[in-house]
Design a protein around this ligand. Structure first.
Ligand SMILES: C[S@@+](CC[C@H](N)C(=O)[O-])C[C@H]1O[C@@H](n2cnc3c(N)ncnc32)[C@H](O)[C@@H]1O
Length: 269
């Protein structure tokens, strides 16, 4: 890069990242993203993002750290337990009316707390069968998700009964039992760029879009709508209300749950 003003280096940096990883930082809100990038750059002594890119190019550990930080992986099992109670008591029974074989997508699954929480609820509904697709943009975190080992902080919303039934305690870690893993497929997927599967009864995308621009969010929700079967439900995070849900075609049976209408479906919620 030839001489470049401090503000231009942000766009230049975004282009380098897009070229190398396929991750388009310009679809994330600029003020938050730029603040984070500049503080990471400072941390390694880089004076601007051009210098930071040079560091990232030669140091793969720094690169992994950079990817980890910009995608923020915070999670826990049954995050916002009251919403998972609503899912269990009101939404899942209705989805069961649609099919005995539920197809579920945990989009932005981080280290797996969310898809394993869903697997517990679905195991509890047997004899129905289910498949969970669990995706994230971050390959490293997907490796952790596949292992299915959780710290005590991840487990605070898991009842003693379910701890006993679905986990093996090893010291102060909790390993999920194989029966919880066998219906989950973990796959790398970028919500802002990759093609979407279809035929889902439930899509769970929570605490992922907070840094996306309004346009990126709107595109994403339209694509989720298209990926759901009629009667299927999108479950979003507790700060992620979709204001224009009617325009997209959704109805809202409960806060933070958006349903694709299905003519003739008996409404429990
Ligand atoms: C805060 S975690 C949310 C985990 C879980 N959904 C929950 O609510 O606890 C956000 C996850 O979104 C992923 N993510 C961020 N941008 C993404 C994108 N463009 N495509 C797919 N996943 C993305 C991050 O890697 C991170 O693991």
């Amino acid at each position: 890069m030839k001489s470049m003003s401090v503000t231009d280096d942000y766009l230049w940096f975004c282009q380098q990242v897009l070229h190398k990883t396929g991750l388009d930082l310009q679809q994330y809100k600029r003020p938050q993203m730029e603040r984070r990038l500049r503080s990471m750059a400072e941390r390694v002594g880089a004076r601007n993002l051009e210098e930071y890119w040079v560091v990232l190019q030669r140091d793969s550990e720094q690169f992994a750290y950079f990817l980890d930080r910009i995608t923020i992986n915070v999670s826990e099992l049954f995050r916002n337990p009251e919403k998972f109670d609503e899912l269990r008591q009101l939404i899942l029974p209705q989805l069961r009316q649609l099919s005995n074989s539920l197809k579920v997508w945990s989009a932005g699954c981080s280290y797996g707390a969310e898809p394993y929480s869903l697997a517990i609820l679905l195991e509890e509904m047997r004899p129905i069968s289910y498949q969970i697709l669990a995706t994230d943009i971050d390959e490293t975190i997907l490796g952790k998700a596949r292992e299915g080992i959780f710290a005590p902080e991840d487990m605070r919303n898991v009842s003693p009964e379910w701890r006993q039934k679905y986990f093996v305690q090893q010291g102060n870690r909790y390993q999920v039992k194989p029966e919880l893993k066998r219906n989950i497929t973990f796959r790398k997927h970028n919500l802002l760029a990759d093609p979407f599967d279809s035929g889902f009864h439930l899509i769970v995308c929570r605490n992922v879009v907070i840094y996306f621009t309004e346009e990126a969010k709107e595109r994403l929700y339209i694509r989720f709508y298209q990926s759901l079967v009629p009667g299927g439900v999108l479950f979003v995070g507790s700060t992620e209300r979709i204001f224009n849900y009617r325009e997209i075609g959704f109805e809202m049976p409960l806060s933070f749950f958006y349903r694709k209408p299905a003519p003739g479906l008996r409404k429990a919620a």
